[in-house]
Design a protein around this ligand. Structure first.
Ligand SMILES: O=C(CO)[C@H](O)[C@H](O)COP(=O)(O)O
Length: 208
């Protein structure tokens, strides 16, 4: 089970310094969508350079141009790129071809997918590597969390690895670990913690 640290809002240099403090407790470093909008692939390149022993994920949330946009992330050194599960199957197939050509992984973010069971079945038919349950920041602000969607994903995904994101912290981590996803994604709980190292360690220890 891997802990993925999502870096969404920090400027590049602050993010590098922050990641260095908590790196021993995390397995994957996510260049979050706002971060990608701000820095482009420079963020991916710099993290890949400064953290050669960590997997880097580019949270592109691709919606079109699957092959081209996923290739940008892989060329910059990302081990994973993300695409939206609500995008066209052709886009997902294009991004998956890029993942295969670069020998990397594609994560399908199922945020806003209404019929999870049927979309999961289609994604597995296409052959994607990882399916991510995701309750977005705006949805969290409305009081939602990803635990119920994770249960649906766990019941329906037969081949793909499972990731989960959405406001997870050291107080709620145990109920997510109990469903055994391969990847647990945490952003704000660590990024905004009074003691980020302690929060990251507590979450990682709960996953061991
Ligand atoms: O992709 C994202 C928002 O769109 C975040 O990276 C993801 O939700 C993890 O962050 P948090 O733990 O704060 O929810």
């Amino acid at each position: 089970m891997k802990l993925q640290l999502a870096l969404d809002e920090m400027p590049l240099v602050d993010a590098l310094r922050f990641a260095d403090k908590v790196a021993e407790h995390v397995d994957i470093i996510e260049i979050g969508t706002p971060f990608v909008m701000d820095e482009g692939m420079r963020g991916v390149r710099e993290f890949h350079r400064f953290f050669p022993d960590k997997e880097i994920l580019a949270d592109l949330k691709i919606m079109d141009g699957g092959y081209l946009e996923a290739s940008y992330a892989y060329e910059a050194g990302a081990a994973y790129a993300t695409i939206l599960g609500v995008s066209d199957n052709l886009t997902i197939e294009g991004a998956l071809k890029a993942a295969r050509d670069f020998e990397r992984k594609l994560v399908v973010d199922m945020i806003c997918v209404e019929d999870l069971p049927s979309r999961i079945a289609k994604m597995e038919e296409i052959g994607v590597d990882i399916l991510a349950v995701h309750t977005g920041a705006d949805q969290q602000a409305a009081g939602r969390e990803p635990i119920e969607d994770l249960k649906v994903m766990t019941e329906n995904a037969k081949k793909a690895q499972i990731a989960v994101a959405g406001g997870i912290n050291s107080k709620t981590i145990d109920k997510y670990v109990a469903l055994k996803p391969e990847i647990i994604i945490v952003g704000s709980a660590i990024g905004h913690a009074e003691d980020p190292v302690a929060e990251a360690k507590a979450i990682k220890d709960a996953m061991l």
